[in-house]
Design a protein around this ligand. Sequence first.
Ligand code: SF4
Ligand code: SF4
Length: 305
Amino acid sequence: MNPIRHIAFGYSTKCNIRCGHCVASDDSIPHGKMTLERALAIIEQMARCNVAGISFTAGEPLIFFEDLNRLVQLCSEKDIYSRVVTNCFWAKTSEQSDDTVSALRQSGLSQLRLSFSRWHQKHIRRENVVNAANSCQKHGLDYFISFVTDFSRQDESLEQFLRDHHLKFFPEPVIYLGRAQGFYPPRILTDYHPNTCNMNPYLSPDLDMFACCDGGNQFKETDFLFLGNLRDYGIHELFKRKEGNVLFHLIRTMGLTNIASYLGLKANEIVQYRKCELCEILFNSTENLNTLEKAATSDLLNWKR
Ligand code: SF4
Ligand code: SF4
């Protein structure tokens, strides 16, 4: 019996805006799009190998509105939970917003994730996000707002805006990869936490599959997170590669902090890194990766209290 699986589905990396912090739509990543027929066939295959949830993400999925409706419909027919991540460009008025949300609801969409941040809101009016959230409530579609922030003072007014409108939101840390790589991250004020990561896999429009959706295609030195291309392997085989990799298992269970400590990083250095930065230090270095691969099934696996 296959385990229950989830995936971030990159139908296209194209986007209608250009956020300054974007990981998915970085200039170094070629902007592609799958054909609709190909995407439908992949979802059929996914349904056969126990994929229970698909999140349509990457660029802005709803610039291909008709296609997305069809993909969501197929998910619904196959009993797959579906989520669309969107920047709300389509919610300029409450009427436009209602039309889009009710069409998605009728297609069987399970959840809409609305992106909100000081980078998104340079291009999209913040009222669009309110319109979209209100339409979701009106049409009975589950939603939440992903409030991407670097936790600095300048984001306080945005957070207050969400509170003033009684919207359901969850702060999400900026990932300092892609376009955000050049940012100067504020100092971290936190304790020594394990930095485990769920590692939700990601399928790109070119059919490359990665072990995680956030940094997946960014670790160029080692290609540590690259699982293979769907033209060469079946979807089941690519999931098995992820599930059978001991280092991925340790990232999910032991966490990056303990792996870094095992490797010799000092505790006072480890606390200065965010999760994906630590992950890059450990696994986007050939030397570190070789050491960790050698230890993965022996010393490292037994590195526990
Ligand atoms: S809306 Fe999303 S995909 Fe588009 S540029 Fe912004 S962060 Fe990137
Ligand atoms: S911590 Fe590593 S595996 Fe997890 S999202 Fe970041 S880059 Fe991907």
